[in-house]
Ligand binder design. Structure first.
Ligand SMILES: Nc1ncnc2c1ncn2[C@@H]1O[C@H](COP(=O)(O)OP(=O)(O)O)[C@@H](O)[C@H]1O
Ligand SMILES: [Mg+2]
Length: 256
């Protein structure tokens, strides 16, 4: 399979009086259709790397290519979902989802069809005319996902998208994402510091370590799909969990 995202020797330094090297020589190839999770402790550069793939910030060194194109800003193939609910509170759910489409212009009827289709995929058809504040946290996050999906990105970037949700809703959303992903084989890059979330979702876990942010290890998750939360008690999950815990704890200890 060919690489859809190609990260080569990426360095990111934040300026200022005390400059911070957030990432140092990170190289990674992501294949089309792959579900990659960036896992690591707070401050190891996960968001920085994701924001650069989104074209929201530029590398200080190295290159990022998307579908072979050298990235120089936002790319239409890439959509992003953040941790906090990023809906517009004054717009109804369907208007929120159609927002990016409205900006892109095009046929009104087609835009309506698209919004209907996406709302159906995230199971929010009944709430099309509600305001985000009237919805639960999980539903609000599905609105944000629907908005990202509406423009049909081939790559979906998600930065701790379920971090603000309570434990039960979080499981519900993880299940939803696994289900969505089994239907359309989108390329997903997902950031989390939660080991179980990483194991449940990923084809490959890229473990990052801090100071400066670097790839510590890449782990293939050879656990068959469909995966469910119940499976996380299986022996292979347990073994992997131990390994990842030890890895993350050693980083925190080294920093202390
Ligand atoms: N805009 C910024 N200006 C200065 N430093 C930043 C900025 N964004 C991130 N950093 C620093 O870069 C490092 C990595 O941050 P971040 O990518 O947010 O980590 P993570 O998402 O893994 O928690 C941290 O040391 C953080 O303080
Ligand atoms: Mg972050």
């Amino acid at each position: 399979m060919s690489a859809i995202i190609e990260i080569e020797n990426v360095v990111k330094t934040f300026g200022g009086i005390q400059s911070v090297k957030a990432l140092d020589r990170v190289s990674l190839s992501i294949r089309a259709g792959e579900f990659v999770v960036f896992l690591g402790p707070s401050g190891c550069g996960k968001s920085t790397l994701l924001r650069m793939i989104a074209g929201l910030s530029q590398p200080s060194g190295g290159t990022i290519r998307v579908e072979g194109r050298l990235l120089r800003g936002r790319d239409p193939a890439v959509g992003m979902v953040f941790q906090s609910y990023t809906s517009f509170p004054w717009l109804r759910v369907d208007e929120n989802v159609g927002f990016g489409l409205d900006l892109a212009g095009g046929d009104t009827r087609l835009r309506h069809e698209k919004v209907k289709d996406v709302l159906d995929r995230v199971a929010l058809t009944r709430f099309a005319k509600s305001y985000p504040a009237q919805l639960s946290g999980g539903m609000q996050q599905r609105v944000a996902i629907a908005r990202a999906l509406a423009v049909e990105p081939r790559i979906l970037l998600m930065d701790e998208p379920f971090g603000a949700l309570d434990a039960l809703t979080r499981v519900e959303m993880q299940t939803f994402l696994l289900d969505m992903r089994s239907k359309d084989r989108k390329t997903i890059v997902f950031v989390t510091h939660d080991i179980d979330e990483a194991m449940l979702l990923a084809d490959r876990i890229v473990v990052l370590s801090p100071n400066p942010g670097q790839i510590a290890e890449i782990v293939d998750v050879d656990i068959p799909h469909p995966r469910t939360v119940d499976q996380t008690e299986r022996a292979d999950f347990t073994q992997l969990r131990h390994h990842l815990r030890r890895l993350l704890f050693s980083m925190v200890r080294n920093a202390a």
